[in-house]
Design a protein around this ligand. Structure first.
Ligand code: RNT
Ligand code: ZN
Length: 417
């Protein structure tokens, strides 16, 4: 497609949506300014730069596609490439294990903002903002239980780690003049039946109370719930009920990862419930297949419904959108583009919903009409609007990015050892 065709298709689409009272230019402007936090860990299969070891903690990457980033320069180069192929506003979501440790071993209870000044400088140069995550997995002290461990020594190690991470996030927030969103996901759980379900949760609650008691102005903490991890199928300390209760009671941001619930559960429907009780949400948009498999996010019904509920709840200002998947079996740069564009499409389609008409139908009991319009919306010329968004932002339109990803692979990632 040439630019003229993209523009004329957009003109037709714009009129079609205008007939329903929707301003496509406005939707595009909203999409452009809504930040998406890119997870650094798709670039290197969640390995990080601390000890270069395989993952633990109930999460897994599968596949051995060549070219993963193995050092900070490569990771930054990859993220820069990814962003160059995407329109819109981005943040970068780092884990503690991606610090700049200068060839030294820095244990998790020793880490500080000084290990992230390079990232802060780089982010500033690139016009990016940073988000952050403490890291409980892939460490000799990870075991089954970290912040919920009855062993005080181990528990204190992880409490110290998490407190330090909040200080790092605060330093990032200060440097970027915008709060850094720090996620706490701990893998704590057990392989088999336990009689201490209450006890570990009580300990986790106390650890979190301690960690969160320190007020830090330039960061926000969020807590990520989960159903189960691989090898920890019987029990998860930080379950949905645990964190829904904790976040509601303590006014803390809840992290909703779309892979962390029963496969038949309507995850999108959690948004309008949680938002009545928690201040904000952090989203980890993922794609579970049978389990929390972290497949590349797609523009599928689940993702579409998720963003539809955000927009219907008028909650874009209360949601932090992040991605969380890791596929080591395909080109990793391509995986970023597919997943990020899928999230953008879902957001854009949600922004193009004629809510005034739908709400009027609903209020007046016109349920056939509501269903008919919802069905028709699916095949409106939405793709023409998304194409135009990309054209307007000077990034590849449609499938054109495939060749850019191939070129980067030929020039860069395929040459990595
Ligand atoms: C794991 C959680 C968590 C991790 C990242 C690496 O199930 O989803 O968010 O994926 O922190
Ligand atoms: Zn997650």
């Amino acid at each position: 497609m040439n630019n003229k065709q993209i523009e004329s298709s957009y003109k037709v689409a714009k009129e079609r949506y205008a007939a329903l009272g929707i301003d496509t230019d406005k939707a595009i402007a909203q999409l452009e300014k809504t930040p998406i936090s890119l997870h650094c860990w798709q670039a290197d299969d969640v390995v990080g730069f601390e000890r270069n070891e395989a993952l633990s903690g109930g999460i897994q990457t599968t596949g051995n596609y060549p070219g993963r980033a193995t050092n900070i320069d490569q990771l930054r180069q990859d993220i820069e490439e990814v962003i160059s192929l995407l329109g819109g506003t981005f943040r970068l979501n780092l884990h503690e294990t991606y610090g700049e440790f200068g060839g030294k071993f820095v244990d998790r209870d020793q880490v500080g903002p000084e290990h992230f000044t390079g990232w802060m400088q780089w982010a500033k140069d690139k016009g990016l903002k940073l988000d952050f995550n403490s890291t409980s997995f892939s460490h000799p002290k990870s075991g089954y239980l970290t912040l919920s461990n009855p062993d005080k020594e181990i528990r204190d190690f992880w409490i110290e780690h998490t407190k330090r991470c909040r200080h790092i996030a605060d330093a990032m927030g200060k440097a970027q003049g915008d709060p850094c969103i720090m996620n706490i996901w701990i893998h704590d759980g057990l392989k088999d039946i336990t009689v201490e379900r209450y006890r570990y949760r009580q300990i986790l609650k106390e650890s979190l109370d301690d960690i969160l008691s320190e007020k830090l102005p330039d960061m926000k903490t969020c807590l990520e719930a989960k159903l189960f991890g691989i090898g920890m199928e019987a029990y998860t300390v930080g379950s949905h009920d645990f964190y829904a209760g904790y976040c509601s009671k303590n006014n803390v941001i809840y992290t909703l990862d779309t892979g962390h619930y029963e496969p038949t559960e309507n995850v999108a429907d959690m948004i309008p419930s949680l938002l009545l009780y928690v201040p904000e949400l952090m989203l980890h948009v993922s794609r579970p297949m049978h389990w929390d498999s972290d497949h590349v996010t797609l523009f599928d019904d689940k993702t579409r419904n998720l963003f539809a509920e955000l927009v219907r709840a008028n909650a874009l200002g209360r949601a932090h959108i992040g991605l969380d998947y890791f596929d080591a079996s395909i080109n990793r740069i391509g995986a970023y583009i597919i997943g990020t564009r899928a999230a953008q499409k879902a957001l854009l389609q949600a922004l193009l919903e004629p809510l005034d008409i739908l709400r009027k139908y609903e209020d007046e009991g016109q349920w056939f009409e509501r269903l008919a319009l919802l069905e028709e919306l699916k095949t409106l010329p939405f793709g023409a609007v998304y194409d135009y968004f990309n054209l307007k932002n000077n990034v590849p339109v449609g499938e054109d990015y495939i060749k850019d990803v191939q070129k980067y692979e030929a020039d860069v990632t395929s040459k990595r050892k």
